[in-house]
Design a protein around this ligand. Structure first.
Ligand SMILES: *Cc1c(COP(=O)(O)O)cnc(C)c1O
Length: 352
């Protein structure tokens, strides 16, 4: 605290990211990073871009990266927006599109950054309860709203929503923006990018941090019809002209083009997720069906907080949320390499 802070800074409630411990040789399964490295072509592109040109500003529009994303999804470049991680893309769209007279809607159990952006930008919100099985119940979202946002698959539950349910929402909710945060969609969800051409109020966000294994570079993007993208550009160009540096742009293009590497890593994670789900179930856990690169699991006889602490003592870090109460029994466990998952299960076996 400082007497030079404004009241505004004093009242902020910042997001608390998962821990990035400095100790070596931890089994780090707490922030949903990809255990397999980035595409070798992305690393080579960074090498190639790492030179005298770094004295020059990058392309403010990152148009070559937008083109690579557009190419991959079969959408025109003017339907693509890029930012410094999808968190920045989300921040821009909250600031620009969600400051409405009516409250925006999102699930009561979801990505906790949404509330933080509402606090930062003075946005009213109402949370909508997940069903008893922890799935998002879009049919119950009231029509009277200033906007709707949810992740698909949801975080931290991992549960996916069928595209048909999202389309049903878009058909009835035509007066406000609907944002689908697809940070984990590549691990088993259906992307709503397929619906963008038909719904002018749909914006889909994605990230290179999870399925493309580039969390350290900070690349995120949004796909939507051109007028929405224009709006995002206006916000971005009122904030930072160069959110993506030359290395990120070069590596992002290469990562998008290296489809074989991407598919191989995603397939390996999906196979490990299924094996981990079976192994946890065999140990008495209830594991929610996950379409993400993590599982959300609770044990009938052990508390989440106790298990997380016991794992930590053995060098295995997972994520535990004390709040809301309804998920306090759960652990969110990132799917790691076979060796990391083995270490997790061994550590659990000493605890259970
Ligand atoms: C990880 C994550 C993001 C942010 O990703 P970055 O691109 O790394 O900023 C956004 N939404 C959800 C639901 C996430 O889990």
């Amino acid at each position: 605290m400082s007497r030079y802070w404004s009241r505004f800074v004093h009242d902020l409630e910042p997001y608390v990211p998962g821990e990035q411990p400095k100790m070596a040789r931890l089994v780090k399964l707490n922030t949903n990073e990809n255990p397999f490295g980035p595409s070798p072509r992305a690393l080579a592109a960074i090498e190639a871009a790492n030179g005298d040109d770094l004295r020059l500003y990058p392309d403010p529009d990152a148009s070559a990266l937008k083109a690579a994303i557009g190419e991959y999804y079969g959408v025109p470049v003017d339907q693509v927006f890029v930012g410094n991680g999808s968190d920045e893309v989300l921040a821009h769209l909250f600031m620009g599109f969600f400051r409405q007279d009516k409250p925006i809607l999102f699930p009561d159990i979801t990505y906790s950054f949404y509330k933080v952006y509402c606090g930062l930008y003075g946005i009213e919100y109402q949370t909508q309860p997940l069903d008893d099985d922890f799935s998002i119940h879009l049919a119950a979202y009231p029509a009277d709203n200033g906007g709707i946002i949810f992740p698909n698959p949801n975080a931290p539950t991992g549960r996916p929503l069928p595209l048909a349910e999202i389309e049903a929402l878009l058909q009835r909710n035509t007066d406000s923006l609907v944002v689908v945060d697809e940070a984990y969609v590549d691990f088993g969800g259906e992307s709503a990018i397929a619906l963008v051409a038909r719904y002018p109020n749909l914006l889909v966000t994605q990230t290179f941090s999870k399925s493309r294994s580039l969390a350290g570079l900070r690349i995120g993007f949004a796909v939507g019809q051109a007028p929405l993208i224009d709006g995002l550009e206006r916000i971005k160009n009122s904030f930072n002209s160069y959110p993506l540096d030359r290395l990120a742009i070069a590596a992002g293009i290469a990562a998008m083009e290296d489809v074989a590497w991407f598919k191989q890593c995603v397939d390996a994670i999906v196979a490990e997720r299924d094996a981990l789900t079976a192994a946890l179930t065999a140990r008495g856990f209830e594991v929610l069906p996950s379409a993400a690169n993590f599982v959300f699991a609770r044990h009938a006889a052990h508390q989440g907080e106790t298990l997380a602490a016991g794992l930590r003592e053995q060098g295995v870090i997972v994520r535990h949320f004390k709040r809301p109460e309804r998920i306090a029994a759960f652990l969110r466990i990132t799917v790691g390499t076979p060796e990391q998952n083995r270490a997790l299960l061994d550590a659990l076996d000493t605890l259970l």
